[in-house]
Design a protein around this ligand. Sequence first.
Ligand SMILES: [Zn+2]
Length: 243
Amino acid sequence: MSRGGQGYRLSPTDKPPRIGHLSGSSRRRNARSLRSNPIYLAIASLWPVMSLEIIYYPHPTLRYVSKPIKRVDAGLRKIADEMLDLMYEARGVGLAANQVDLPLRLFVANPTGEKGSGEEFVVVNPEVSRPKGSEVGEEGCLSLPGLTGDVIRPKSIRISAYDLKGNPIETTLEGFLARVFLHEIDHLDGTLFFDRMGEHAAQELEAGIDELETDFRSKQATGSIPPDDQLVARLAEWTNKYC
Ligand SMILES: [Zn+2]
């Protein structure tokens, strides 16, 4: 989730270049030259290297109902670390596995959106109970860059989940943190924030949603993104491995 209207709406493409850091494209170029290095290839065969990226609407994985995770290994811990890095880089406060094209019931969050401040969460197989009250709050989403809208959510909820060590998490959340968790749990069920908006409010997002749709379909038409059936077919290998 990205914050609505509080200076956290930067999409990865609007980000100013950070001094002392490689830009995304130079990092990708370095990764490519690294991948052709024979020593790297030998190591990569022992430790499969994957690089996660945030996917955008209407990628079909955003509509996939993710399966509960049954096993946690070093690979999954690495995925959670990468998801946190991606979330901070994109100035988000939450990121669900569906948003990095993984069909797993896992999300990461930090309500401050700042690495090293606030509380960082890695949440596995979350379940929500005892919703109380309701309040309106503005939300945005890293998979729908630039779009925000008001969503009604419960004021407080009970969460049952696990951390990556298998320790149970049982807690009551309120306010903004409850909203972040609910937005991310919705992702695990293939639900997007505009699905929960009133018809009139959702209509205001229509032009932006259409633009994302056109951009995604044109990338599929030129072959830079595979067709939907291929994108969905590759999810099975992840569910076979972890679910
Ligand atoms: Zn989102």
